[in-house]
Design a protein around this ligand. Sequence first.
Ligand code: ZN
Length: 365
Amino acid sequence: MRRIGLLAMLCLAATALAAQPKFVNEEYDLQKVADGVYSFIAPESDSGVVQSNCTVIIGEDAALVADTGQFPSLAERMVADIKKLTTKPVRYIVNTHWHFDHVWGNGVFRSAYPGAAIISTEFTRELVEDQGPRVLSTQPAENKRQTAEYRRFVADGKYPSGHAVSDESKRSLTRLADTLEHVEAEFPLTVHTPPTVGFEKELTVNLGKREVKVMWLGRANTGGDAILWVLDAKLLVAGDTVVYPSPFATGSYMSEWPVVLQKMMDMNAITIIPGHGPVMHDASYLKTLVELFQALTSQVKKAVSQGLSLEDTRKNVTLPEFKDRFSSFARTELWRNEGFGTFLQAAVDRAYQEATGKLKPESEE
Ligand SMILES: [Zn+2]
């Protein structure tokens, strides 16, 4: 009997090992999204550490890569995959915005394809140039500090506030700490490589019998979001103007964002590649985002006109019907439980700043 018990335990252990999920810097799903267009789709993060989607667009003469992701080791894998897909050189790299989960792979692509131009809006170019060295130099220590802090919460069973850490939170904090520890190896590989070409409104890149428009349609997730439009495929690369299963809003422009989304919807894309999340084939999610942002902005404006403090505005603007909708999109426990709340807090803060005429520079958020 003991033997069977022991065997059963070994089997269980083996199953648990096989089911051990990969870390965010270990996987993407390479998908053909149109003729000569391939996306590296990052899975929904189960830790909170994210990787951006990246896309390669191949013409007769050259290729263009939209976003390079956060992890140099993954960028190396993307380069190897691109070399299997085409012998054409990557002559252009586009950073859709300055957040480093879209930028830190630049160095790898530039050394694989020397002389490739790195294109972004001028706003993004300046922010990457200014913020990159600071973030790169502080991130390793910050990463260690966070890892230790989360492990301490789990070990103590309570937060510094005295609140108990639930079993579910223990699981998610442990997964986050494990992930932060795992991605440490990426820091020494990350080379600050800012965009080399900044544009204001629009720029057309000819890849050889294929044109790609890179456009700034207004402020949205950041002040300098670039979207890409592949004319012949009616394919839109949205960057983080579109993030699934719930949007990011840190440093965002809540009242202007819907205007940008409407312009994108008017383009009647056949395929939309969001900054995070699966490939989309219609604009229904964009429409949902517009409704969410408009509802949020108008409720925050109303709260401000009634003289409510930020704290009271946060308590009042909870958008439960949207919370249910966005939570239902999530696949992971983490996103289902925390995705919308994380968005809401940042979005209400930004909408409040806007409504009170005190919008902070987004890099200070
Ligand atoms: Zn992102």
